[in-house]
Structures are given as structure tokens and as C-alpha cells.
Design a protein around this ligand. Structure first.
Ligand code: ATP
Length: 241
């Protein structure tokens, strides 16, 4: 579903944020991406979703290069950033319809999905209000609903649980499981290691732009180890952070 091959990204000014990174995500995977502040998670995610260009390597979505065919790739994915920047002058429902238009979701299908997810995330009563009046968590919920409206094959989330109330977090985890059970995939960054440990079947740990651990969760979290203990061993080993 997603292959990142030898990805390297250097920002203007010379900061090499990601170096020779390889990740493979298959259909059905819930893939957690963890690392210290400034490790390179958001940079990697922004390269995958086409926000950042990158200097070296290749990113393929369902075998299609994000550089060579970005529109086809974007049609298959949805991205929820850590800080949703949603058009403040639209109402919630106008924003959802705008995104559904972009992804060409037919009217009756979008209505049903918007109704269902708005009820799950308990913002039905606020959809007629301007986004500028929404709290941070409400904007996040709106971003999540907009990401789900075209039923993406690959859902990419940057720190999705920060700012969500407990009920919404539980609902999102259930939706993530449902997407994977239907053959989709999830790639998400998080600092909440116990959530990652429970939710993910695969994990990657990035340190100073380089991948230091990747693979099946049960290869690392076993024999009394937790993801937290694995992470602490990996990042404290000669780390400058
Ligand atoms: N626009 C930019 N220009 C220059 N350097 C940047 C830019 N964005 C990020 N960086 C640098 O790239 C490195 C990786 O940053 P990135 O945001 O990818 O880390 P992260 O793992 O997502 O961190 P966090 O957990 O704090 O969100 C950091 O050293 C950061 O300072």
C-alpha cells in the first residue's frame, strides 16, 4: 500500500531532517511512527502526502510514485495534520461538502457518511456554525470526518489523539480498526506509547532522521518488554537528545 524507499529530505538552510528512510506498509496494517521531538516524523509524513518535496528516494502508493503521479496518489489517501488549519470562514458543513466535491463523492453517499461520522463525533449540532467558532478539538473532529468522507485506502495521521476527548479517541480507534479490517491501512505518528502498543501491529522508531527500529510490534514487545522500555533503550543508546 505504501512504500518509502531510501527517503532523504534536507530543508533549505541545510538541515537534514530525514536520512535514507525505508518503511513498507501493507493492506490491513496499523503502523505507528514514533520518535523524539524533532526526529523527523512530520517531515516524513509531509513527503508522503505531497506537501514537501524530497531530495532522494522514492515514495509509492499502491505502486504509484507520489512524484510522478501526485493526483492519483492523493485520491487514494487522506491526511490529518497535527494542527488542522481549516478555512475559518466556512461553516462545518460547507467545509465537508467542499472536501467531498474535491474527491468527487456523490451527494447521497456523502450525506450518509457525513451524517454517520458527525453523530459518532458528536458535532452534528455544530455543522451549521462557522469553523472560526470551533474549539481545537472540534476542528480536529471536522478534519477527521473530512478525511473519511471519500473512504481513503490509506489514512495518514499526525498525532491524531492530541486534543480529542476520550469518547472521540475511542471512536477514532474503532474507525482505524474498521478501515484496516476492510483492507485499508493506517500510518500515524504518536508520542502516546501505550496507545501505539495496543493499537498497532507494526511500528517504526525514528531517531535524528534515521530509522532505528521497524517491524512487527510483537517482535519488539515481548518477554516483559513494553513499547516504552523498547523506545527508551533505542533512543537513549548514544543519543544526543
Ligand atoms: N520548515 C522547516 N525548515 C527547516 N527545518 C525544519 C522545518 N521543519 C522541520 N524542520 C527540522 O527538521 C527536523 C525534523 O522535524 P519534524 O517536524 O519532522 O520532527 P517531528 O519528529 O515531527 O517532531 P515533533 O515530535 O516535535 O512533532 C527538526 O530538526 C526540525 O527543526
Amino acid at each position: 500500500m505504501l512504500r518509502i524507499n531510501n527517503l532523504s529530505k534536507t530543508y533549505k538552510g541545510g538541515k537534514k531532517a530525514v536520512s535514507n528512510l525505508n518503511i513498507e506498509i501493507s493492506s490491513g496494517d496499523i503502523y505507528g511512527f514514533i520518535g523524539h521531538n524533532g526526529a523527523g516524523k512530520t517531515t516524513t509524513i509531509k513527503c508522503v502526502v505531497g506537501i514537501h518535496d524530497f531530495d532522494e528516494g522514492e515514495i509509492l502508493i499502491d505502486g504509484v510514485s507520489v512524484k510522478e503521479n501526485p493526483i492519483r496518489c492523493k485520491a487514494e489517501i487522506a491526511y490529518i495534520p497535527d494542527n488542522p488549519d481549516i478555512y475559518e470562514y466556512l461553516t462545518g458543513i460547507q467545509y465537508l461538502n467542499f472536501i467531498a466535491d474535491v474527491f468527487k463523492v456523490p451527494a447521497e453517499v456523502r450525506e450518509e457518511r457525513i451524517r454517520e461520522y458527525s453523530e459518532i463525533f458528536e458535532i452534528t449540532g455544530s455543522l451549521g456554525d462557522l469553523v472560526s467558532s470551533y474549539s481545537h478539538g472540534m476542528k480536529q473532529k471536522l478534519a477527521i470526518i473530512s478525511a473519511l468522507v471519500h473512504q481513503p485506502k490509506l489514512l495518514i495521521l499526525d498525532e491524531p489523539f492530541v486534543g480529542l476527548d476520550p469518547k472521540a479517541s475511542i471512536a477514532l480507534k474503532e474507525i482505524m480498526h474498521n478501515i484496516c479490517n476492510e483492507g485499508g491501512s493506517i500510518f500515524f505518528s504518536t508520542h502516546v506509547l501505550d496507545v501505539a502498543e495496543k493499537l498497532c501491529n507494526k511500528i517504526a522508531i525514528i531517531k535524528n532522521g534515521e530509522l532505528v527500529v521497524s517491524g512487527n510490534m510483537n517482535e519488539f514487545v515481548k518477554d516483559g518488554e513494553t513499547l516504552e522500555s523498547v523506545f527508551m533503550e533505542v533512543v537513549s543508546d548514544g543519543s544526543s537528545n
